[in-house]
Ligand binder design. Structure first.
Ligand code: GUN
Length: 286
């Protein structure tokens, strides 16, 4: 059976380290602030935003949550971002994705001051990080990388397959692994012989949003599997069950190590958001 990669415990320890650093900033009269903007009523986003606000306060930072109605105009959203860009009590700004259809996500992301872009979605940060500079690294890929390095140590030369090519996870994940000297393949819905590609990978990262798509038979024996998916499956009992993009029961029989869902990548994403906010605060107070 595969070893379990305990993201929940790793994230708790990371949050402890962050809280210690924040306490040192308090002594200098600095309290890092994170502003989170949620537009609309998406149920999953509401849960994420609530957890982000709660954990921000737990590490000693200020949390500013802006919940805006679905009908909010792009102009009003841009005005709020402009206000937060100029607010000295805010060092990090995050606009929860997805946004309603009448709002252009690229325009919104471009409006965030790159120094306050704790998601690492602004083109300036994407560019810096892709060229090996110190641009902010998106939270979910950063969390996956931390778990991988904790599990495997040096990743040099490993054959990595990233399944999914979103701007939030897949693309930055591939870039990060390339920076770690992996041999990286990015696979997606048009990839030919997908199962074969997966079976070649020493490291398999799955971020496609399809419940239990990757089966144990797709996995190379001994591989390290990072499951980014969080899918709610409604059950007959009326209770929802959370599953990943990997079929855990069959994968755990083949993999060397695997992240569970829940308790794997999920908690790492918020911990890395807090880390990015701390880093942004340190840079802005330099
Ligand atoms: N929606 C899903 N994941 C994320 C994330 O990491 N950041 C933001 N802003 N929205 C998301």
């Amino acid at each position: 059976m595969a070893q379990l990669i305990d993201g929940k415990a790793f994230a708790a320890s990371l949050r402890n380290d962050i809280a210690e650093e924040v306490a040192k900033l308090h002594q200098q009269g600095i309290t890092p602030g994170l502003a989170v903007i949620l537009v609309g009523e998406d149920p999953a986003s509401q849960v994420y935003v609530r957890n982000k606000g709660k954990q921000t306060i737990e590490v000693g930072m200020s949390s500013f949550v802006h919940k805006l109605p679905e009908s909010t105009s792009q102009t009003d959203l841009l005005a709020l971002i402009n206000k937060l860009n100029n607010d000295n009590s805010v060092q990090g700004i995050l606009v929860q994705i997805p946004l309603p259809d009448h709002i252009d996500a690229d325009t919104v992301i471009n409006a965030i001051d790159p120094r306050k872009d704790v998601d690492g979605f602004h083109p300036v940060n994407v560019g810096r990080f892709s060229t090996g500079g110190n641009g902010t690294i998106p939270c979910t890929p950063l969390g996956c990388l931390m778990l991988l390095k904790d599990q495997l140590g040096d990743l040099s030369g490993a054959r990595a397959l990233v399944l999914g090519r979103s701007n939030i996870v897949g693309k930055p994940m591939s870039t990060l692994l390339l920076n770690e000297n992996c041999t990286v393949t990015t696979a997606h819905s048009r990839t030919k012989d997908l199962q074969e590609e997966c079976r070649r990978a020493d490291i398999l990262i799955v971020a496609v949003g399809r419940p239990e798509m990757v089966k144990g038979s797709w996995i190379k024996p001994g591989a390290t599997v990072i499951d980014v998916g969080i899918n709610r499956i409604e059950q007959d009992s009326g209770k929802a069950r959370l599953v990943g993009d990997v079929q855990f029961s069959s994968a755990a029989e083949v993999a060397g190590a695997i992240t569970p869902v829940p308790g794997g990548v999920g908690p790492m994403t918020i911990a890395c958001l807090l880390l990015n906010t701390l880093t942004a605060a340190l840079r802005q107070n330099d």
